[in-house]
Design a protein around this ligand. Structure first.
Ligand code: AMP
Length: 195
């Protein structure tokens, strides 16, 4: 399946994306991880992305879009992928649609993970203690939550209008959330909205 996983920071996108590719096959494409790896290696891409990431800002569309559109065209993505962290803006979603249309690999669904803000703040504080991520400090966290609401939130409507949005309550045991995602995707497919 060709899937997008949407959700605010600390909704569990990375964990669930890995479990989904284990279950359904396909490639896990985590844009945050790709950007962090580039920043650590000091590549051109990493240098362009670093300051935005440290502030909790979005890396400019033109940098991220090229990176992802190239990746989804690679042969290992033909059988399926879970995009984790992309798209985050409407122009990114539009560019992805055009690219997938040209590749004849349309999206099957977009899974929207839902977690209330108090729980997100609790998880982000815990992650800051455990993982030492520079974008988990208080100011960057506030910025990332605001950007999710203003830039990524409109994508929920964008995909709802296309009949692709599958909403899932992402609070609870990790395995339970994965089960809800699988159930919601099966229901989406059965309704004939999916592949
Ligand atoms: P994440 O690990 O998904 O929380 O991403 C970490 C950071 O990488 C974000 O706060 C952004 O600075 C950057 N980033 C990841 N994906 C994107 C994207 N699709 N568009 C813009 N910036 C992104």
């Amino acid at each position: 399946m060709h899937l997008v996983l949407l959700g605010p920071p600390a909704a569990g996108k990375g964990t669930q994306a890995r479990r989904m590719t284990d279950q359904f096959g396909g490639v896990h494409i985590d844009t945050g991880d790709i950007l962090r790896a580039n920043a650590e290696r000091g590549t051109d891409l990493g240098r362009k992305a670093r300051t935005y990431m440290e502030r909790g800002d979005l890396v400019p569309d033109e940098v991220v879009i090229d990176m992802v559109l190239e990746r989804v065209g690679e042969p290992d993505c033909a059988a399926g992928f879970v995009l984790d962290g992309f798209p985050r803006t409407v122009p990114q979603a539009e560019a992805l649609d055009r690219r997938l249309g040209a590749l004849d690999r349309p999206l099957d669904a977009t899974v929207g993970l839902e977690v209330e803000e108090a729980e997100l703040r609790r998880r982000l504080a815990e992650r800051a203690r455990e993982q030492d991520r520079s974008d988990d400090d208080e100011q960057a966290v506030r910025q990332r939550l605001e950007l999710f609401a203003s830039e990524t939130g409109p994508l929920l409507d964008y995909y709802r209008q296309q009949g692709l949005l599958v909403r899932v309550d992402a609070v609870g045991e990790v395995g339970d959330v994965t089960g809800r995602i699988a159930g919601a995707l099966a229901a989406h497919t059965d309704r004939g909205d999916g592949p």
